[in-house]
Design a protein around this ligand. Sequence first.
Ligand SMILES: Cc1ncc(COP(=O)(O)O)c(C=O)c1O
Length: 426
Amino acid sequence: MTWRRSGRWEDVAKIPFLDLTAATAAYQSEIDEAVLRVVRSGRFVLGPEVEAFETEWAQAVGVAHAVGVGNGLDALTLALRALGVGSGDEVLVPANTYIATWLAVTQCGAVPVPVEPDSTHQMDPAALHAAVTPRTRAVIPVHLYGLPVEMERILAVARRHGLAVLEDAAQAHGARRDGVRAGGWGDAAAWSFYPGKNLGALGDGGAVTTNDPAVAERVRLLRSYGSPRRYVHDVKGANSRLDEVQAAALRVKLRYLEEANERRRSVAGRYLSGLANLEDLGLSLPPVPEDAEPVWHLFVVRHPRRDALQERLTAAGVETLVHYPCPPHLQAAYADLGWDRGSLPYSEQLAEEILSLPMGPHLSDEQVEQVIAAVREAVLTLAVAVPQQARGAVAQQARGAVAQQARAAVPQEARGAVAPRLSVVR
Ligand SMILES: Cc1ncc(COP(=O)(O)O)c(C=O)c1O
């Protein structure tokens, strides 16, 4: 790849944001065998594979019970119902999360009450305390991007006000903080096994984990028509069962989860050192608290000219995404709650500035270096292009660096990477 005077990267190697085929290529035959085993067994829903996976997943999380369900949204919804959340209750949720966290609350007939994040992009315990009212029944901290929330402070607020705590761990399979694994703090945790997650199935899947046998039992009932046995219906349940094919594939992928997370950590480490010292030029890197062991579901940077940065990266063959470009309170779906633009300013600003770089075990070291080179070049160029933006002093110095950066060779091996597979990315 070369930088032309015309101001374009040419002969650009494509770096996909995510490539699920490459990520599992090393053990594809084990997945094939597992799927075939189910196909030949004649047992397709809630069978021995689901039971075995539930045992193995509970063990991996370090809790007593896991209950497989149809997807992450259902895991959240059914867990809230099992924790007693219902009509008229308020549930505290992050303002900056995927909309599923809010939808689960709504589906229980309760009202989501947004809480602004702190500088780690996670739910701010101080803001949480301020949002509690007499109707508050529960709180859902989300381990966003794979970084566990500072749960001790969240739990302290929850205990003081008697709130149930449901961890949304959809992005945090295997993450730890202060030695505790995600899913190990709350009354229950909800997991998504959507294909793009750190532990992803071959389709939709989810689970609720808990140490409370009553909560586990209740979710078991709710996931299957509220039916303890055939044609007996104790409560108005749902149909949200994990199927045997998903469970069998998840059992294989669970064996490789640690390895895949380790690879993500290595990619994140390279990004963190390769993109260091660009703060003055506007690029902020994801914060990593000292006691946290994130699993880097996403690697999210910030830049005041995010859209321009994204455009330049696209031109350089680097696929990026935004998680998420519009917070739930500004979506049409939640217009009825009356949270206008400006009401949650920090989340709104984040939505305009964040950008997710390619992340996953599919990335080679060469591809990571190529991303780093492209980001550095783009950030430096943007600083030169907008000298009046208080970055004028560094812009001068940046000009020379841009030229040098643009000349930097991109490894030959990084060329010809596979095409993006956008459809599986959330
Ligand atoms: C934070 C968060 N919560 C919940 C969900 C919902 O999971 P699913 O897509 O499996 O319903 C997701 C997945 O996109 C998520 O990222």
